[in-house]
Design a protein around this ligand. Structure first.
Ligand SMILES: [Zn+2]
Length: 116
């Protein structure tokens, strides 16, 4: 289901707030930690936040309404909307899972996902 900007913001803020709580818990549990360990931990936190933002920023544009279905690259017939499906995509900071709408050609039976 497509979410509004405010719904997306609320979902991201919940994730960020939970991550801040994690960082504070970790800090309290590691009072005498070395700088290198703090940096390693914060790199993990950054990767988690990057994944959350990437999922929303990459997935959301792909979920904008498509005004016209694409033509089949094999036979030229207009493809039909095939619903949304989950797709795993590798980014620079790790793998994320996106929900994308797909199209298929009734004549050839070949499917298409938007590039991602
Ligand atoms: Zn076709």
């Amino acid at each position: 289901m497509r979410r509004t900007r405010n719904q997306l913001k609320a979902a991201l803020m919940r994730q960020f707030e939970a991550k801040v709580d994690d960082v504070l818990d970790w800090t309290e549990a590691h009072p005498n930690v070395k700088l290198a360990d703090v940096q390693t931990y914060l790199l993990e936190v950054g990767t988690d936040l990057h994944t959350a933002l990437s999922t929303e920023m990459i997935e959301r544009p792909l979920r904008q309404p498509v005004l016209e279905a694409p033509d089949c690259e094999w036979c030229g017939q207009k493809k039909e909307y095939n619903g949304e499906a989950r797709k795993r995509v590798m980014t620079r900071c790790g793998e994320i899972e996106l929900e994308q709408g797909g199209y298929w050609c009734a004549r050839c039976g070949c499917g298409t996902f938007p590039p991602g």
